[in-house]
Design a binder for this molecule. Structure first.
Ligand code: ACO
Length: 349
């Protein structure tokens, strides 16, 4: 069966650089604390009232399409992964279709947070392998800066995240051996709330009684962004950092090994591992556990922070632009995040 290749890749990082020292102006934190715990030195924030998740995704997509030698009219399916969409609905996929003036093709939005890009890649791979589509545009894009608590209360979350976008054009490969070898997707919702943003939502406190929003006045319902949510400032992400850390360092190596074993390969065969840029400490732990050399792993969280669904394509694009990935290299992508969901993709470049 014909494999799916990455025909073109692009990334977009907004210009505004926010250093750890910049954050100390609005919250009690320090460059030392952030670097020691996360490895992050700086991150990018979207240009306010100008960059959006869709516009940044479109910029990355234009580069990916140009490198693939295709135009918007050639794309036959869009997959857009984000946890920070421009609208509650519709999703960013259709906004991208409009912005890039594409045909009336299908547009699918993926809500799998940090592993969204890998989930998207797996979906695209199935469509291409079955011959349904020939040019799929897969985008991961995030605007975190609009929805972070920049007071000291939110510091354990807000210092970690950054904005940006990455995109790939996926096509059937004509070269023997090239392309996606396998993808592996997992989820376990037992601890969904450990890394979550429950509001605005329709949960009614059903799963998390402490987060029960005040009931709307109307007989049948009403606004789901209640005064209670606004009064308690409960519109920000929650994260139990230590619990996420412990899960991540188990699931990352597990899902990388699953991909290698499925293809009768071992860690020494990996030319480049691109781990989702959750936290440099997590990536280093995974590298150590898999006994990978420094030249087998690419990290850039130091410059961009954690950009969730955008982190894998941004890091993959950067590694390729730096000449760290060459034809026929074995590349492994792996991610773990909110849900929890996790996954990997193994491909021959
Ligand atoms: N600056 C200064 N102090 C802080 C900050 C901050 N930004 N954030 C928290 N602290 C304080 C806390 O208030 C706490 O103080 P206390 O001891 O007086 O109560 C202390 O630092 C330790 O807090 P912890 O949350 O226990 O800090 P920890 O050492 O676990 O580090 C971190 C927090 C960095 C979030 C860590 O748990 C971690 O890396 N977890 C993994 C989660 C992760 O990477 N998430 C990324 C998103 S999820 C994903 O992409 C997979």
């Amino acid at each position: 069966m014909q494999r799916t290749k990455i025909a073109g890749i692009g990334k977009f990082l907004p210009e505004k650089v926010v250093t750890n020292n910049d954050l100390t102006k609005v919250m009690e934190t320090s460059d030392e604390w952030i670097q020691e715990r996360t490895g992050i030195k700086e991150r990018r924030y979207a240009k306010r009232f100008e960059d959006t998740t869709t516009t940044m995704g479109a910029e990355a997509a234009k580069i990916a399409m140009e490198r693939a030698g295709v135009g918007p009219a050639d794309i036959d399916f869009i997959i857009f992964a984000t946890l920070s969409p421009d609208y509650y609905f519709p999703g960013c996929g259709v906004l991208l279709q409009r912005l890039l003036g594409m045909n009336e093709i299908g547009a699918l939005d993926i809500r799998n947070q940090c592993s969204g890009f890998i989930y998207g890649m797996s979906v695209a791979d199935q469509f291409i392998k079955t011959g349904m589509y020939k040019n799929i545009l897969l985008v991961g894009s995030e605007t975190h800066s609009y929805a972070l608590d920049f007071s000291t209360r939110g510091r354990n979350v807000s210092v970690i995240f950054g904005d940006g976008a990455g995109a790939v054009v996926l096509q059937p490969s004509a070269r023997e051996g090239q392309g996606i070898l396998s993808t592996h997707l997992h989820s376990n919702g037992q601890e969904a709330e450990l890394l979550s943003m429950p509001n605005p939502g329709f949960h009614a406190g059903r799963f998390w009684p402490e987060k029960k929003p005040a009931q709307p006045d109307g007989e049948f319902g009403g606004m789901f962004i209640t005064e209670e949510i606004i009064r308690t400032d409960d519109l920000y992400p929650n994260m139990d950092g230590p619990a996420v850390f412990k899960k991540a360092v188990i699931k990352f190596p597990e899902v990388v090994m699953e991909a290698l074993e499925k293809n009768n390969l071992s860690t020494s065969d990996i030319n480049m591992l691109i781990p989702h840029q959750a936290n440099l400490r997590i990536a280093q732990f995974v590298q150590q556990k898999l006994r990978l050399r420094d030249d087998q792993v690419h990290n850039n969280i130091q410059q961009y922070g954690n950009t969730t669904a955008a982190s894998v394509p941004i890091a993959l694009c950067e590694a390729w632009e730096l000449g760290k990935i060459k034809d026929d290299d074995l590349v492994c992508l792996a991610a773990f995040g909110s849900g929890f969901t996790w996954g990997s993709a193994l491909l021959r470049w």
